[in-house]
Design a protein around this ligand. Structure first.
Ligand code: GDP
Ligand code: MG
Length: 260
């Protein structure tokens, strides 16, 4: 897939003037089509991208990361994308890792590929590490999938065939919940995840729009809704605990996670 010109990058950006231009340029060196969704930024993010051969979409008001991603997906599908690679706009993901996601997608074509921050996890703030672990377990249970690694990573590859099945709602406010929920919805459609290990970049000047308590609570509530609707989905829990077999064995080659 490395040479596929129809793999489109979608980069959500909210007040990322400091790093967005360099990031968009580096992604553009690796993927022919790059979409940046500027979500009502007030710091001149859009102006920083002037003159670059990319597609810039702008929301007049801030609708949240999930809404921005969905707007990017709709645009990518309209371009005829074969797959979409998402990266955070703050430069926490290394564009140099994109080929590894493409290679994993070639090996596991019917999967969402997650670039999982495993290498230097210890650099993440402790509260975030705890919240992420909790989210991994909770989302894996609701997905009925053995432990999803780094369910909160925004560096992913989504096959377009899957995106076309999703009820995309780019005009609706949607925060970080989207990236959790999409894993659950996809799993119930038979699209599971695989992970490749990456190092995320943590800089002392990195700020986060993720509100550890509020956003974790929003995600927990939404995931709980999925679990309640399935009667707490005991089969899902048993799969996470590996009492029941890995459902990925049925829908593709070996379910061995290509974490390396
Ligand atoms: N479109 C959009 N993107 C956002 C919003 N908030 C954050 N982002 C983007 O989502 C990515 C991750 O956000 P960040 O605040 O760094 O969260 P963290 O890395 O999980 O702590 C970055 O690319 C942000 O620019 C938002 O309200 N709208
Ligand atoms: Mg960040």
């Amino acid at each position: 897939m490395a040479a596929d010109p129809m793999v489109v990058a979608v980069i959500p950006a909210y007040n990322e003037a400091r790093r967005i231009r360099a990031l968009a340029e580096q992604v553009r060196e690796r993927l022919a089509r790059v979409i940046v969704v500027d979500d009502g930024s007030t710091d001149g993010t859009a102006a920083c991208l002037e003159g670059l051969p990319i597609t810039l979409l702008r929301n007049p008001v801030n609708l949240g990361k999930g809404a921005g991603l969905q707007r990017g997906f709709v645009a990518a599908l309209e371009m005829g994308a074969s797959a979409v690679v998402t990266l955070d706009g703050d430069g926490q993901h290394r564009p140099e890792d994109i080929p590894r996601l493409l290679a994993a997608a070639e090996a596991w074509p019917r999967r969402i590929i997650i670039a999982a921050r495993t290498g230097n996890r210890a650099c993440a703030p402790p509260l975030r590490r705890f919240a992420n672990r909790f989210a991994d377990f909770w989302i894996s249970w609701a997905s009925g999938c053995p432990m999803i690694r780094d369910s909160q990573s925004g560096f992913r590859l989504y096959p377009s065939e899957l995106l076309r099945l999703l009820p995309l709602r780019p005009e609706e406010r949607n925060t970080f919940v989207f990236e959790s929920e999409v894993l659950i919805i996809a799993a119930h459609l038979g699209w599971y995840t695989e992970a490749v290990a990456i190092d995320a970049i943590y800089r002392p000047d990195n700020t986060s729009n993720y509100q550890a308590w509020a956003d974790t609570w929003r995600i927990t509530r939404r995931v709980a809704g999925h679990l309640f609707r399935r009667g707490m989905y005991p089969a899902g829990l048993l799969r996470v605990l590996r009492v029941l077999p890995d459902p990925r064995k049925k829908n593709g080659p070996a379910a061995r996670a290509p974490l390396s």
